[in-house]
Design a protein around this ligand. Structure first.
Ligand code: SAH
Ligand code: SF4
Length: 361
């Protein structure tokens, strides 16, 4: 079975030729798949019947099966658990705030990085997603937003824009540990003949794989970079983000500085505030020293409590004090509202919940 979304345009040209069609049919097919988001060969009316039949017999478009959906109380955050062909499950969340339709997608089934506060990290890595499985998450929500019948039943009517405006690679998995598939998916989704969402509307979040950040700096596609810092000293970061032992702060921050120098683009640091762990004034002061003089923005995130983990979110007072210290020091910093917390919008949390339900059933 040919998985069409896993193919580059070049590979698609070869494929249609093996089906006995001229290579230009690949451009038409590409347009149907990504610009029109079609998932049935019968919809592709300008393709010859013979090609439609070949695809119906030998190709697969949909790579994701919906297992569970949850909606936040305000109906503005929609989370879907998908099953892949081999039974693996991954999550994606669509957030409908302001005029943005921001989609948070997964890049791996599980994650090998083992961050101690993360639901995905607790379960380990099963496998990398393919480029098609990454792109398919975006196509699923693009169809859903564009189809009033599909989204009318379980949500408010979707106000304009009824299309995905931003994509963040902040779901399950470490995107830079699945570099090739992630960048293929980014090239596919930004292609102007296809889905056509501009590179600047994408943000890749990494745990801090320093050599891969250096590699990313050389990519022509200008997507945004977020680095999950969570601690301002090696001693503390080693306990929260174990990969810090391999790429300690000095190495990571050098890669970040090289990245901003080379790209002239601001990066953001993610910092999840955990009560009594990394939220003291001395942590904020140390963080301000790190950020000083760097082309960066700091996103403070209230921790999402995870079942089976002792970490708790910081108090409101500690959170405000932390933010204040950064801002007083002249650092660009904001508190990101963790909307959709009540639907377990944190990465890996819906999967964890479903597994618990299955285990107890
Ligand atoms: N692996 C990448 C991207 C996926 S995680 C990374 O770590 O950056 C996306 C973001 O969610 C990261 O900033 C991660 O640190 C954060 N995160 C993970 N578990 C969390 C939790 N329980 N509460 C708040 N943020 C969490
Ligand atoms: Fe993996 Fe990111 Fe979770 Fe760490 S925070 S375990 S890198 S998904």
């Amino acid at each position: 079975m040919i998985r069409l979304l896993d193919l580059t345009l070049e590979q698609m040209r070869t494929q249609v030729q093996t089906w006995g069609e001229p290579a230009f049919r690949a451009e038409q097919l590409w347009h149907w798949l990504y610009a029109r988001q079609a998932n049935d060969p019968a919809q592709m009316t300008n393709l010859p019947r013979t090609l439609q039949a070949q695809m119906a017999a030998h190709a697969k478009i949909d790579l994701l099966q919906v297992v569970a959906k949850t909606v936040s109380a305000d109906r503005l955050a929609h989370k879907v658990l998908f099953q892949l062909h081999d039974g693996q499950t991954i999550e994606a969340v669509l957030m409908l705030y302001d005029r943005r339709r921001t989609l948070c997608i997964s890049t791996q089934a599980g994650c090998a990085m083992g961050c101690t506060f993360c639901a995905t990290g607790l379960g380990g890595l099963t496998r990398n997603l393919t480029a098609g499985e990454i792109a398919a998450q975006v196509l699923y929500f693009a169809r859903w937003l564009g189809d009033p019948d599909a989204n009318g039943a379980d949500s408010l009517p979707i106000m304009r824009p009824a299309q995905v405006t931003n994509v963040v690679l902040m779901g399950m998995g470490e995107p830079l540990a699945n570099y090739k598939a992630v960048w293929q998916a980014l090239h596919t989704l930004t292609d102007q003949q296809g889905f056509g969402l501009g590179a600047r509307h994408f943000t890749l979040s990494t745990v801090g794989l320093a050599p891969m950040i250096e590699r990313m700096a050389a990519e022509p596609l200008q997507i945004n970079l977020a680095v999950s810092l969570h601690a301002p000293t090696d001693e503390l970061r080693n306990t929260l983000v174990p990969i810090n032992k391999r790429y300690p702060l000095a190495v990571l921050l050098t890669a970040c500085r090289n990245y901003t120098e080379r790209t002239h683009r601001r990066l953001s640091f993610e910092y999840a505030l955990m009560r009594g762990i990394n939220d003291k004034p001395e942590h904020a002061k140390r963080l301000a020293q790190i950020a000083h003089g760097m082309l960066c923005h700091i996103n403070l995130i209230p921790l999402n409590p995870v079942r089976g983990s002792a970490f708790q979110p910081s108090t409101k007072a500690d959170t405000e004090a932390f933010l204040n210290i950064l801002q007083q020091a002249g650092i660009s910093a904001t508190l990101r509202l963790r909307r959709g917390v009540e639907i377990n919008a944190g990465c890996g949390q819906l999967r964890q919940q479903i597994q618990l339900v299955n285990a107890s059933g």
